[in-house]
Design a protein around this ligand. Structure first.
Ligand code: AMP
Length: 476
């Protein structure tokens, strides 16, 4: 594509199945003639700007394409994609709800002022919902009229409104460290009232680089990153595992400060459920939140009640923080499914699932790794080797979950690890039992114990997951 120019397209939907509309739009962009999609941002949820009152929030994102199509030709394609998505234009209503909105924001150096086409897009530099996704994938892209980069335009836009990563009033440089959910809730409500966007990362503390990757991303993609640090007793089926779980809140707060987070908070069960605990300090089973069907099998089988405990605290954390978006790790794959399902049922927040962070040996980072003796740590790396063996089997054409499991066991069994499970599931159609039919997509999952420490890990076997809360992607 020697004559290709780089173009930016803003994508939005606030009507119907928003996630399906924006994903379909991407598919259609990928199928455009003489055009190659180079990068796609994560989706963000934004409030409607302009138009009739009472509209639903948007899912917004952006794509960068290299195209040989001229501006008018590309625009015609975008309008056709909108029409196929069932976009209806109501005469006289501007900025009304729409199944799909595709805006050509920039097309190379083109400056165009024609009926139906103005380039660069006349309002793009005033709109955070255009600039934020673009800043993630093309911060240096220039708007030909103003000659500002996307990042410069975004910085200028935030300059007045006050992008704030830090807590306290008036931009103090230290992270706010709060000891109770009540204080945290008030802090978050005040930030929201100022119009700031909150990205939330729930954790159990003893933070490692994996957690910090989530925290940094939340800080980058939002005005304020909020992190909870709470070792949730509800999700431990093993009392000694709960008691031995590492705890270092003060050190965690320092790490979160350096990760540019605005607020960290902790609490007690009584603080999260004021007036709701039984006299013995426990939470009645009646108050547990249903973790849904993805809680069945594997972790749900080996850790009785674990996901009800996770769903109950995550639901409460979501209520306290009321975030615009929440970040979870793929490392806890089944948990990410349970949380996405919970968020869908609650109606919020959008969930971003972030890639697993690993040590050089391939061992997935985990707070529990702290408790591994050096020799056990070396042994634990065979979990990742087993997952890679399953990926090799998949690439050689193996589609049977049981055989993928066997490929992993062949690596794990000679090690000192005690296997709890080594199996595969369809990541987009969770089943409690190992599927008997050949898989079309596969996630390999392992749980094993060594030296009294329980470890889990997983790996997608068939390339990157088409997650609706997609990670931003760049293509060669
Ligand atoms: P935890 O403190 O273990 O409850 O984890 C808090 C969040 O961090 C969860 O969403 C985890 O999935 C995520 N997380 C933990 N370890 C990793 C890792 N190695 N890579 C990516 N995310 C992780």
């Amino acid at each position: 594509m020697s004559t290709a120019v780089r173009a930016a397209i803003a994508i939005g939907s606030n009507l119907g199945d928003r996630a399906a509309h924006v994903e379909r739009a991407l598919e259609e962009l990928r199928a455009l003639p003489r055009t190659r999609v180079r990068a796609v941002s994560a989706w963000i949820e934004t409030s409607p700007v302009g138009g009739p009152r009472g509209q639903d929030p948007y899912w917004n994102g952006a794509a960068i394409v290299d195209t040989e199509l001229g501006p008018r030709e590309l625009l015609e394609h975008l309008l056709a994609i909108e029409a196929r998505a069932g976009r209806v234009r109501v005469a006289g209503v501007r900025d009304g709800p729409r199944t799909l909105d595709l805006d050509l924001v920039v097309h190379g150096d083109s400056i165009v002022d024609e009926p139906g086409l103005t380039l660069p897009h006349p309002r793009a530099e005033e709109r955070a919902f255009v600039l934020e996704p673009l800043a993630e994938i093309a911060p240096d892209l220039r708007f030909p009229r103003s000659n500002r980069s996307v990042l410069e335009a975004l910085t200028a836009l935030r300059g007045s409104g006050g992008k704030r990563r830090r807590g306290g009033s008036g931009g103090s440089s230290a992270i706010a460290s709060l000891a109770t959910p009540a204080e945290a809730g008030a802090w978050c409500a005040a930030e929201r009232a100022r119009g700031l966007r909150i990205g939330f990362v729930p954790t159990m503390g003893a933070l490692h680089e994996g957690h910090l990757e989530l925290a940094r991303r939340a800080a980058r993609e939002n005005d304020a990153a909020v992190v909870s640090v709470f070792v949730n007793p509800l999700q431990f089926d093993d009392k000694s595992d709960f008691e031995r779980y590492p705890r270092h809140f003060a050190g965690d707060v320092e790490l979160l400060d350096s990760a540019d987070c605005a607020m960290a908070f902790t609490g007690t069960l009584a603080g999260f459920f004021p007036g709701e605990l039984e006299p013995d300090g426990s939470l009645s089973r009646l108050r547990l939140v249903d973790p849904g069907p993805c809680a069945e099998g594997l972790e749900g089988t080996f850790r009785d009640g674990h996901f009800a405990g996770v769903a109950t605290i995550v639901d409460r954390l979501f209520r306290v923080v009321n975030a615009h978006v929440a970040y979870f790790g793929e490392k806890d794959f089944q948990q990410s499914l349970v949380v996405k399902d919970l968020a869908r049922r609650r109606g919020s927040p959008p969930i971003v699932v972030c890639p697993t962070s690993r040590e050089n040996s391939g061992l997935a980072r985990s707070s529990r790794n702290e408790r591994l003796a050096p020799k056990d740590r070396a042994e634990a790396a065979s979990i990742h080797r087993a997952l890679v063996a399953a990926q090799g089997a998949w690439q050689s054409g193996e589609r049977r979950a049981a055989e993928l499991g066997a490929a992993m066991r062949a690596v794990l069994e000679p090690s000192a690890l005690q296997i709890e499970y080594a199996t595969a599931r369809d990541p987009e159609a969770w089943t409690a039992e190992e599927p008997a039919a050949p898989l079309v997509r596969a996630q390999a999952l392992v749980a094993a114990r060594i030296g009294g420490v329980r470890l889990i890990d997983n790996l997608r076997l068939d390339g990157p997951a088409p997650d609706i809360r997609r990670k931003s992607e760049r293509f060669p």
